[in-house]
Design a protein around this ligand. Structure first.
Ligand SMILES: NC(=O)c1ccc[n+]([C@@H]2O[C@H](COP(=O)([O-])OP(=O)(O)OC[C@H]3O[C@@H](n4cnc5c(N)ncnc54)[C@H](OP(=O)(O)O)[C@@H]3O)[C@@H](O)[C@H]2O)c1
Length: 247
């Protein structure tokens, strides 16, 4: 941000590691104060907060399991209590799990996947969007996946949860338009993070990537930060996939 622009508060969920951590640090570099959402790892979240503070920005941590519907509101409350109104939401926290065949996806697997990957971003956005509209400025970035385009390798439950984010962005972007509020989707493919720890899956995805390497969390963070900087991009999905789609 330039010195003329207002300071903003960004809430990044799933910021204790991986893409969320890199995004929190990048947004701090660009002048935002950061609320670091985490699931279980408070220690890792506090380490990220220290990185943010070392960059001269304010930081707060707020944890909880986003599988529970009340957690989304609690994260926003905690962020706003400590830092002020949330101007930037990066709904990044998500789960994938091991690849599952159609027959092996039970109702509980389906429900947990939708609750964390799709319902929580909806509840977070539902909570922060009215304030953004009222203040005349806001950015929401939903972190999807190439699976929303191709079906991916994890399973139908993951692909459906991520595809739902695209419809959510279309609806929300209409509601923010004209009020300085943008809503977009960033959809990465194979990114080198804990989520891709399964060796077989990594090898399979690497072989399918024309650029010949996995992406980095910092490369995804860079695109998210660009989306946050831009006031004219809304209702769009940006696919960051090393050249995989369309093949
Ligand atoms: N890595 C990839 O190749 C890839 C590709 C496409 C899309 N994506 C998407 O990118 C996003 C980030 O992925 P990543 O690779 O950075 O994942 P990651 O390294 O596994 O990190 C996941 C983050 O989400 C948090 N989280 C997980 N379950 C949660 C829950 N139930 N409640 C609250 N927080 C929870 C974790 O917090 P704790 O560690 O504190 O529990 C962690 O901070 C996800 O939405 C993922 O679907 C990733």
């Amino acid at each position: 941000m330039t010195s003329e622009e207002p300071m903003t508060v960004a809430l990044v969920t799933g910021a204790s590691r991986g893409i969320g951590r890199a995004t929190a640090v990048q947004l701090a570099r660009e002048g935002h104060d950061i609320a670091i959402g985490y699931g279980r790892d408070a220690t890792a979240a506090e380490r990220v907060a220290e990185e943010v503070r070392a960059l001269g920005r304010r930081a707060a941590v707020a944890g909880g399991d986003l599988a529970h519907p009340e957690t989304s509101g609690a994260l926003v409350d905690a962020a706003e209590r400590q830092l002020g109104p949330v101007d930037v939401l990066v709904a990044n926290a998500g789960i994938a799990g091991r690849p599952a065949a159609l027959a092996d996806i039970g109702v509980a697997d389906w429900d947990r996947m939708q609750a964390i990957n799709l319902r929580a971003p909806f509840l977070l956005a539902q909570r922060v969007l009215p304030g953004m509209v009222e203040r005349g400025f806001g950015r929401t970035v939903l972190v999807s996946s190439i699976a929303a385009y191709t079906g991916g390798v994890v399973g139908a439950h993951y692909a459906a949860s991520k595809a739902g984010l695209h419809g959510l962005a279309h609806s929300l972007s209409r509601q923010g338009a004209g009020h300085g509020v943008t809503v977009n989707v960033v959809a990465p493919a194979a990114i080198d993070s804990d989520m891709l720890s399964d060796e077989q899956t990594r090898a399979r995805l690497l072989a399918a990537t024309p650029l010949g390497r996995l992406g980095t969390a910092e490369e995804v963070a860079d695109v998210i930060a660009a989306v946050v900087r831009n006031g004219y991009l809304t209702g769009q999905s940006l696919l960051l996939d090393g050249g995989r789609y369309p093949t």
